[in-house]
Design a protein around this ligand. Structure first.
Ligand code: CP
Ligand code: NVA
Length: 308
């Protein structure tokens, strides 16, 4: 919650398990009946601020808010130049007088936190360098759909321990899942995230492992998950990252360690031949497009909870 008293959606860490489960169940209900709540955000406006590129986040928010009776206004970094053309606080104080919610995709998580503190309207994190909570909600909805459970599920996350991994770790602690994260040296998830998640996993029955060996992580996994080796904003490090992540591709050698009925997940966009082989992402085990669709349903649940 920001200083202004309204509720925001910045990380899964900030929301209690019961409320997150309610969002998941609401998302599942909205998926089953997409016409439900078609007037819930009647006439309400959602500002979408993008300081990085997007396909899924933009389309799912624009379509989602429209399906709920509201509408979106797309704002690019060039247009508002957050913090440079004018201070973040002034952007918040302007937007709160004209729109009823803000979705923001940016670099530093502190920017989203400041916007949430200053704006008297809900702020939704559409990805920062630290977390990607809307993605995690869609991911856990997908796991619930494909595995029928969140508690007795092992997720092997293999790759960069950054934003998507952090949100999956927070989610494992909240939903009681077992997550094993395998990263090369220097790409481990944030120690504070892991410590927080381990502390809270006890209450939910979750388990958080951080290992070096991708095969160890994949052992008996229900879900194999990866993300790009070079995230948005890190393009200058691409060559070094290709070297550092060698051996961390999810390929047939890795899938052989997982359970026979494993599902392959990826937040997308994907780079076939880098973090995942084409054979794996294009196999019947892959649920990446179901995951992408679930962004729409999960975010509609968030929009109803925050703006409805
Ligand atoms: N997964 C995801 O957030 O996709 P976009 O970057 O296309 O929005
Ligand atoms: N880790 C990736 C996720 C993209 C949805 C990035 O930040 O670019």
């Amino acid at each position: 919650m920001g200083d202004t008293g309204q509720r925001d959606f910045l990380t899964l860490r900030d929301w209690p398990t019961a409320d997150l489960l309610e969002l998941l169940f609401s998302a599942r209900a909205l998926k089953a009946a997409p016409g439900e709540y078609s007037r819930r955000l009647d006439g309400k406006a959602l500002a979408l601020i993008f300081e990085k590129p997007s396909l899924r986040t933009r389309v799912s928010f624009e379509v989602g808010v429209r399906q709920l009776g509201g509408f979106a206004i797309h704002l690019t970094a060039q247009e508002i130049n957050l913090g440079k053309r004018e201070p973040i606080r002034d952007v918040a104080k302007n937007l709160e007088r004209m729109v009823q919610g803000i979705m923001i995709r940016t670099f530093a998580h502190a920017v989203v936190e400041e916007l949430a503190r200053e704006a008297a309207i809900p702020v939704i994190n559409g990805l920062t360098d630290f977390t990607h909570p809307c993605q995690a909600m869609a991911d856990y909805l997908t796991i619930l759909e494909t595995k029928g459970d969140l508690n007795n599920v092992k997720i092997a996350y293999i790759g960069d321990g950054n934003n998507v991994a952090h949100s999956l770790i927070f989610g494992a602690a909240r939903f009681g899942a077992h997550i094993a994260v395998a990263t090369p040296e220097g790409y481990e998830p944030d120690a504070g995230v892991v410590a927080w998640a381990r502390e809270h996993a006890d209450a939910s029955g979750g388990r958080i492992e951080v290992v070096r060996d991708p095969l160890q992580a994949a052992e008996a996994a229900d879900v194999l998950y990866t993300d790009v080796w070079t995230s948005m904003g890190q393009e200058a490090e691409n060559e070094k990252r290709q070297r550092d992540f060698a051996g961390y591709q999810i390929d047939d050698g890795v899938t052989a360690r997982a359970k026979d009925d494993y599902v392959f997940m990826h937040c997308l966009p994907a780079h076939r031949g880098e973090e995942v082989s084409a054979g794996v992402i294009d196999s019947p085990h892959s649920v990446v497009f179901q995951q992408a669709e679930n962004r729409l349903h999960a975010q509609k649940a968030v929009l109803v909870a925050l703006m409805g």
